[in-house]
Design a protein. Structure first.
Length: 370
């Protein structure tokens, strides 16, 4: 018998790729999505959503809709969330409502039925700053002060002011919730793991790093940085880069992420696991802007280094992928240059409404970009 999977947020960027991956591996897939106009401008079923995916248009906070959505499903993959660090700092009620309360509504609907597996999409944002080292000492709880950032001292320092070297961040690092978005993602993973242990449903939390690829919402100024940069290049405008552009991140292809989600549904003995899903390679934001410019033929457009910072941003965080390899047998297969070439090919013919300046002005007006 074919297993059935509900994907909340299943019409979104990552969720739709997961749906396609599962359909192509023989699953029956139902997607629940509110089709938020910030992501889906026309409010219609997106063309990229696999034809064999059943789509229910509903809000994850709708109790009746969620009870119907879980009916007949064997597994659940929970992606429904409002995304974006900056926006979360002033749309506080909406972010906590969707991300925290919405997860509670989903789990309430699941509590009366038996399920085989629950996979929840968490985020590297829960770490705050990544792991650092000075000499032989590891620093697990590094933070940057507002006074330090006001002086444009971008890199964090040790307790005695010593320079710190950023290291790959393992799942054992304590969380440090620097934004409303990060808090909501942590709420989601903890609620799901608690539900899983209580109701004996094997549950896996996947902490995604910076996911990129085809079908990103190019007109959403609070989406992933590569989509934002792509929108700027498509409109012949320079990407706006905060701080000095040397902050390091881990960029992982959405096709790799989709495969990781399938593995989380099928791999034995994963109950209660928290797993980083990244490429295991770090790049600076400036390097990413330059690589995308080269891939899209926009080499003549120089990124604009704003030397401003956003409240809630962190300096360096990239993935230690050891546990993904050991627990899920997962390793990223798409090299960054190949993934960017594929993204550039998809961008040909795409249209993006560039709202980056509007978003930047809103953050500045609220004192969240300085």
């Amino acid at each position: 018998m074919t297993d059935a999977v509900l994907i909340t947020g299943g019409a979104g960027f990552i969720g739709s790729h997961v749906g396609r991956e599962l359909v192509e591996h023989g699953y029956r897939v139902r997607a629940l999505d509110v089709l938020d106009p910030q992501v889906h401008e026309r409010g219609q079923r997106p063309a990229y959503l696999h034809d064999d995916i059943e789509l229910l248009v509903a809000d994850v906070r709708d109790h009746d809709a969620l009870r119907g959505a879980v009916e007949g499903m064997d597994h659940v993959v929970h992606f429904a969330a409002k995304v974006g660090v900056g926006q979360s700092m002033y749309e506080i009620a909406d972010y906590t409502g969707v991300n925290t309360f919405g997860t509670g509504v989903l789990l309430q609907a699941m509590a009366d039925r038996a399920f085989g597996r629950l996979v929840v999409a968490s985020s590297m944002s829960v770490y705050g700053e990544g792991l650092y080292r000075s000499g032989s000492d590891l620093h697990w709880n590094v933070e940057r002060t507002s006074d330090q950032l006001a002086r444009h001292q971008w890199d964090p320092a040790g307790p005695a002011g010593e320079a710190l070297e950023p290291l790959p961040t393992p799942e054992t690092k304590p969380v440090s919730l620097a934004s409303v978005y990060a808090l909501g993602k942590y709420d989601q993973e903890r609620l799901c793991l608690l539900y899983g242990s209580t109701y004996d449903v094997p549950t896996v939390a996947l902490r995604f790093f910076n996911v990129y690829g085809r079908d990103q919402a190019l007109s959403n100024p609070y989406t992933g940085v590569l989509a934002i940069f792509a929108a700027r290049y498509l409109n012949e405008k320079p990407p706006l880069i905060f701080e000095d552009g040397e902050q390091r991140r881990d960029f992982v292809s959405v096709t790799d992420v989709a495969r990781a989600c399938r593995l989380a549904l099928t791999t034995a003995d994963v109950a209660g696991e928290i797993v980083n899903i990244g490429s295991g390679r770090s790049s600076t934001v400036l390097e990413i802007a330059e690589l995308l410019a080269k891939a899209t033929g926009k080499d003549d457009i120089e990124p604009e280094i704003t030397r401003k910072y956003r409240v809630g941003d962190i300096r360096h965080c990239f993935a230690d992928v050891t546990r993904a390899r050991e627990v899920l047998g997962f390793e990223a297969e798409v090299q960054l240059e190949d993934g960017l070439a594929d993204l550039a090919a998809w961008l040909e013919g795409q249209v993006a409404v560039d709202r980056v300046d509007v978003a930047a002005d809103e953050l500045a007006r609220r004192g969240l970009a300085r």
